[in-house]
Design a protein around this ligand. Sequence first.
Ligand code: ZN
Ligand code: ZN
Length: 416
Amino acid sequence: MSSCNEYSFSSHAPHIVGCPECGETVCATANNGEMADCPVCGKNLIRIEKNPYLLPFMYALTALAVLVPVSFGFFLSVHMPTVAERLTLPGMMHALLQQDYSFLANAMFVLTFATPLFFLLLLLYVLGAFIQNKNRPFLLPAARWLFRLKQWLMVDIFALSSIVALIKIKVYAEVEFGLSFYAVFIYAILLARIAQSITPHWLFSKAAELSNTQITHYHHNIFCHRCFFRQPENNAHCSICGTYILFRRTHSLILSTAFLIAAIICYIPANLLPMMITSDPTVRITSQIFDGVLTLWRNKDYLVAIIIFTASIAIPLLKIVAMIILLLSAKFRLPHKISAHQLSLLHRIVEFIGRWSMIDIFVTIILMAAFSTPIAKVEAGSATIYFTLVVVLTMLSAYFFDTKLLWQKEQKNHST
Ligand SMILES: [Zn+2]
Ligand SMILES: [Zn+2]
C-alpha cells in the first residue's frame, strides 16, 4: 500500500478507499469511461461515465419533458357495458383520496411522482454546478439528498405493475392505453439509466471539492460505506456524504434484527387479511393474496399468476429467510461450506429485489382507480398496509446489515 496515497483533489492518481462490503482497504482509481472493483469481494467501487456530467444532465432534462405527458396525458380508459372511465395518473390519486384511501394515495404520490421529480431537480442542480465547475449554495447537502432519494425511485415497478393490472382488467372490461401509459415506460427507463450513471465516490469527491469540504486523512481504517472515504472515529454520520456510519457493528446487528422481526410480524396479517375486495351489485368477494393467485391460475392467466406469486409471496418470504441466514451467520458462524463472498452476494440480491415486492400494491391501486363505480368496484383490503410495511421493513433490515461482519467471521474461522 506504500505507492498508494490518500485522496487529493488535485490528481486522479490511485488513492485509498474502503470497500463497504468486505472492509478491505483498496487502492483504486478510475478515469472517465472506466470502473474499479474490489479485488477481494468484487464489489464495484468506482464507475465513471464517459461523459459523466453532460450525459445524465441531458437524460434528466429529457425525463422532465416526458413527465408532462406522464402527468397530463390519459393513462388508460376502461369500457364496460354500462360505464366508461378515462383515467389520468392525477385522476387515479384523486379517486383514491375520495375513497378514503389516503395512505395508498400518499404512497403512490410519494413513490411515483414526488420522489422522482425532486430527484431530477436536485440532479440538474448538482450536475449544473459540476458542468460550470463552480460551487453553489447547499451543493453537498443536495448531493446527499440525491442518494437518499435514489433508493426510493419506483417508477419502473409502477410501469411493470400497470401491465399486470391491465391483464387483470382485460378479464372484466375493454381497455385502451393512452399516451401517459407509454410515456411511463420511457420515464422509467430514463430514470433507471440516470440512477446507474451517478455513483457515490466520484460524485461526492467532486461535490466536496467544489464546496471546499476537506476530505481529512486519519490514521485508522474506518471508512464510509457509501462514499468510501476515511472517516473520523467518533462520527455517527459521514462528514462527506452524511450517511449513517455502520462501523459500530453492534448497532448494525441490533437494528437489522429489529426491523426483520417487525417485518416477520407484519408478514402474518399481510397474508391472512383481505388484500382486495371486489364487488358488483350482486356479489362482494374478498380475497387474500394467495386466493388472488389461485383465481388467476384457474382463469388460465398463468403469467400474471406467476408474477404475483413471485412478487407477493415468494420474494418477501425468501427475503426474510435470507436475512435470518445473514444475521445468524454474522452473529454466530458462517454455515458449513458457504463463504463470506457467497453470503455477500445473497445480501446484494436481497437489496436488489426488495423494491419489486411493491408490484402487488401498485396493481391494487391501479385496479381500485379503474373500478370505482358501484357497478364494478375494487377496494383495498387491510392487508395492503401490512404488505407495504413488510416491503419497507425488510428493505431497512437489509440496509442496516453490515456485510463486513461476514468477512470478519470468515477470517476468524480460518485463524482458529
Ligand atoms: Zn471488497
Ligand atoms: Zn460517506
